[in-house]
Design a protein around this ligand. Sequence first.
Ligand SMILES: [Zn+2]
Length: 69
Amino acid sequence: MWGSSSWKRSAQTTIPCKECKKPLTVKRSCQHVYMECSHCGKKSDIAAYLREMDDALEAFMEGVYCDRV
Ligand SMILES: [Zn+2]
């Protein structure tokens, strides 16, 4: 158990996948945030989509923290 449910581990965005144009899901592991397409399975570094950031991704990024000092 992580002991905290105050942050989400993934969020649905409206940003289209570069491969199949379906909306991507943003996911996070402890120190890493990445985009994953649930339709074609493609994973991309978050940096590749930052310029296309939508409200859902922005809100998710604001909630991302993991032992950040
Ligand atoms: Zn895709």
